[in-house]
Design a protein around this ligand. Structure first.
Ligand code: TRP
Ligand code: ZN
Length: 885
């Protein structure tokens, strides 16, 4: 079969790409005219590229990317290009071009029906859909598939009218009509230049819900959400979130939407959360479809945030984009910072900060503390898809937040205005972004930029000195960043440390210091390895409250006594630091209990912990959401990251012991709180109500964990009477933690029978089980055989296999059976969907930090993955980095 041979395969030997090798292309593309004809068993592409010589460089080579392209014909300026005229090597097709302006035409075929990678054009349920970021456009047609090549696009789609009544692409609809044979066409024109990764196309039988937004300058924008008909009732919340985002971006950044139409499509098969394609965002159904009856509060919050995130990309990412993929954090770090501020403004600022920091510590700190550590702006990669990481996104957002802290809101806004004005329609670097911030503020940020180039989480050790006679208090800061792969030596960072000093009554002391301290923002800036800050005119020795609001992504250590932490948890004026003090107190307790366990001694919960829990639970001045956050015990990612060697079974035993002591000691309190927090009011999603439900759910879990039979009855009743998904899940989680197996199975069965036609509910049904305490690897295997499971669907894989792998108690149980299950799944997914397979390798990355025998078992699982035949470069890169350690 000739066509089969012509397919270009992904290169077999993985090649490393370096930032230092960046070169501009010899030719730009000004415009792409694309025709996509969808047929039953293939799709035909005709593309016309308007090439223009790049006058800044010498060469004359046109370099295009293409993967799995079945070439029908290639033409340059009307002359057919045959094999003698071009070179084809791996994903690259190149040829010389003598003219400064030229037209390249390609006619090719692709096979979306067979595309399980969910990259390029693929089938998602009954519809066709695309995902091009980062390098998926090359699976659609030949093009310089790199973000610095920005072109206008015109897209014509042709398909069967019955199967695909809706045909969408970027920009504005400019034409449509009928064709022979029951087919029809639509033409879309996108007037804004964009890189190929922002291209999108959708074809399907979709129902449409419209709304409208009037911009600050009075322009009407049509908003449309397209979903499969069974989901038509689940779009209102996303539409409202979109309007809030559009308004917020106008208010806070002064930027309006630019096209007359903004569309969102929901797709059941999606590798990530959502994608900001110009004018046509595509979302994973799980993070856009919502109703109170099927969506938890947490999910409502993340849907609102992701809708905002993708909308915000319209200028932080699309209008101003990345020069190359090393600059990914230019758009992602900035946009995560923006969506996080949006959520803080919509709901509760301190609670959002707590959630973000909890997530950074659970996901990014471990990444920085292991073999996957890389800078916010990496300097090399094999597969760019592996760099959509917590470091690039979340730490990147923290870096932007620090710039915001150092400059203040006004200058930061001026810097963002300059950035947009200067770079609109261009592909730029993180250096360009920082240069704008320097220019408007007059601050020199050259040392600050080490945050972009140095990996690893800096440690700050803080000690104190009290000079009674002088009334002087000193804080001595020492910063140090441990080595990370490829970076043994680190230079000092610029670290903004927001702080306060409290007297014995918990009041703020007046601060008199000659240190680099900004009295207005309470920020002390560290620049050197060692910094001594002297605070004068104090009457008594203060208690320091350090790194308020988590002003820098660092690990700060100060040797607080349990009593001092309990004091801060109850008295600090900074809401974030109250939470953090409680967390430090719990963490210290668990670590010392785990230590006792290992030494064969009995584990005892410190009195300060119990006092703090009681005080917080009864503190009516705290919002429900804050109380819930402050009463939650640190999870395993935090515990693992805090020790030198992980003895997982001691950590598990210690955490369990703490939970059970807290549960039993305050059983009556949990009971009365749970009961008083119950409500029959109609569901509302807002900070107050979701806070109430969060605290109610937590108290119910403690109460049930105390072994009280009436708690089981209360939970079962909450489940049965639930009219919203948050109550339902709160009840189920509590019950699944317990040991009433009859009750567990009957409720799980009831849940599935009731909701088996609702995809989002089935995903939650899976993950409720795989996150439960007692789940065994064998049960996970059974779930993988369930009628609702599908290995080709990433949401199903995540809700069954990945959720289990993140369930530390269950995953590390039973002598490595969980590890083998994970390795087998990765191997199977390696060919079906390399991107998702590669992400799952992360779970095994910290193997070297475990004590034996877990360590060897995890290592074996990694080796098993590396031995997979025909290993994709995605999985290869991750498994190899992990194994090298
Ligand atoms: N740019 C997307 C975001 O901001 C990320 C994304 C969505 C993505 N789908 C992807 C990245 C597929 C790589 C591959 O959230
Ligand atoms: Zn993004």
């Amino acid at each position: 079969m000739q066509a089969q041979e012509a397919l270009t395969m992904k290169t077999q030997d993985p090649r490393t790409i370096y930032l230092k090798d960046y070169r501009q292309p010899d030719f730009w593309v000004d415009h792409l005219d694309l025709t996509v004809r969808i047929f039953d068993d293939y799709t035909e592409l005709s593309s016309i590229l308007s090439l223009r010589k790049n006058s800044d460089v010498k060469g004359r080579e046109v370099v295009l990317h293409g993967v799995d392209q079945d070439i029908q014909q290639l033409m340059l300026d009307g002359v057919e290009l045959t094999k003698e005229h071009y070179r084809q090597e791996g994903e690259v097709l190149s040829f010389e071009c003598a003219n400064d302006k030229a037209e390249f035409k390609a006619c090719t075929r692709i096979y979306p029906e067979k595309n399980t990678s969910l990259e390029g054009l693929y089938q998602s349920g009954s519809m066709y859909c695309t995902q091009c970021e980062a390098e998926g456009f090359r699976k659609i047609t030949f093009f310089p598939d790199r973000p610095d090549v920005m072109a206008t696009f015109r897209t014509r789609i042709e398909a069967d009218k019955e199967r695909f009544p809706v045909l969408l692409s970027n920009g504005n609809p400019v034409d449509k009509g009928e064709l022979d044979g029951g087919r029809h066409y639509a033409v879309w024109d996108d007037p804004f230049v964009k890189p190929s990764y922002l291209f999108a196309l959708v074809a399907g039988k979709l129902s449409e819900k419209s709304s409208q937004f009037t911009t600050a300058s009075g322009r009407d924008v049509a908003l449309k959400i397209f979903v499969e008909p069974q989901n038509a009732h689940k779009v209102d919340f996303a539409l409202e979130s979109l309007k809030k985002s559009m308004k917020w971006d106008e208010d806070v950044y002064g930027r309006e939407y630019d096209l007359d139409l903004f569309m969102i499509v929901a797709s059941d098969f999606f590798n990530m959360g959502a994608m900001e394609n110009k004018g046509l965002n595509v979302f994973n159904s799980a993070v856009v479809l919502a109703t109170p009856d099927t969506t938890t509060d947490d999910r409502f919050e993340s849907i609102e945030a992701i809708v905002a995130h993708e909308y915000f990309h319209n200028w932080s990412g699309n209008r101003v984009t990345c020069r190359d993929w090393f600059q990914l954090s230019l758009k992602e770090g900035f946009t995560v910072f923006r969506d996080s501020e949006f959520t803080a403004d919509m709901h509760d600022r301190a609670v959002k900060r707590i959630e973000d920091v909890a997530m950074l510590r659970a996901a990014q700190f471990p990444e920085d503390n292991g073999p996957m550590a890389h800078p916010v702006r990496p300097d090399s990669y094999i597969e760019i898809n592996n760099f959509y990481t917590a470091t690039v996104y979340e730490k990147g957002a923290e870096v932007v937040r620090m710039i915001h802290t150092l400059l203040g809101a006004d200058e930061f806004r001026k810097g963002s205005d300059l950035y947009f004005e200067r770079f609109d329609g261009q592909a730029v670097t993180t250096d360009d972004f920082v240069a704008c911030m320097e220019e408007v503020s007059g601050q020199d940020l050259s040392q600050f930029k080490r945050w972009y180039s140095q990996a690893g989480t800096p440690r700050i050790d803080v000690t104190e000195k009290w000079l009674e006679n002088e009334g002087e208090y000193q804080l001595i800061f020492r910063q140090h960043c441990p080595p990370t792969p490829g970076q043994t030596e680190k230079q000092p960072f610029v670290i903004p440390v927001k702080l306060g000093l409290l007297n014995e009554q918990g009041e703020e002391c007046q601060i008199n210091t000659d240190a680099d301290y900004n009295a207005k923002t309470q920020v002390l800036t560290l620049r050197d390895e060692n910094t001594v800050a002297r605070f004068q005119k104090l009457n008594s020795k203060p208690v320091p409250s350090l790194l308020r609001d988590f002003s820098a992504p660092v690990k700060l250590r100060f040797d607080y006594s349990n009593e001092a932490l309990a004091f801060l948890a109850q008295n600090d004026t900074n809401g974030f630091n109250r939470w953090d003090a409680a967390q430090q107190l719990y963490l210290k307790a668990i670590l010392s209990m785990a230590n006792s366990k290992q030494l064969g001694k009995s584990m005892k919960v410190p009195a300060a912990v119990l006092d703090t829990v009681a005080a917080i639970a009864g503190d009516v001045t705290l919002s429900h959401a804050k109380r819930a956050a402050m009463l939650a015990m640190p999870g395993y990612p935090i515990l693992k990251d805090a020790v030198d060697e992980i003895h997982i079974e001691s950590l598990i035993a210690a955490r369990k012991q703490l939970l059970s002591t807290v549960s039993r000691q305050f059983r009556d309190l949990w009971r009365s709180l749970t009961e008083s927090l119950s409500s029959d009011a109609a569901y509302r999603f807002d900070a107050a109500e979701s806070g109430r439900r969060k605290l109610q759910g937590l108290c119910l879990r403690y109460w049930l964990n105390a072994g009280d039979q009436s708690a089981f009855e209360h939970a079962a009743e909450l489940y049965r009477r639930a009219t919203n998904q948050t109550d339902r899940v709160n009840a189920l989680r509590a019950i699944l933690d317990g040991d009433d197996q009859a009750l567990q199975s009957s409720l799980l069965e009831h849940f599935y029978d009731n909701w088996k036609t609702d995809t989002q509910m089935v995903e939650q049904w899976f993950s409720l089980q795989t996150s439960g305490q007692g789940i065994k690897a064998s049960r996970v295997r059974e779930l993988m055989q369930h009628e609702a499971f599908d290995l080709r669907n990433p949401n199903k894989v995540r809700s069954v296999v990945l959720t289990f792998a993140h369930n530390a108690q269950a995953f590390h149980d039973s002598e490595g059976q969980g590890y083998r299950l994970l390795a087998e799944t990765i191997a199977e997914l390696n060919t079906l969907n390399p991107q998702v397979a590669a992400r799952m390798v992360n779970v095994l990355a910290d193997w070297k930090r475990f004590a034996e025998p877990v360590r060897s078992r995890l290592e074996d699982a990694l080796k098993q993955v590396l031995a997979t035949p025909e290993l994709s470069q995605d999985v290869f890169e991750m498994a190899e980095r992990a194994l090298k350690g």
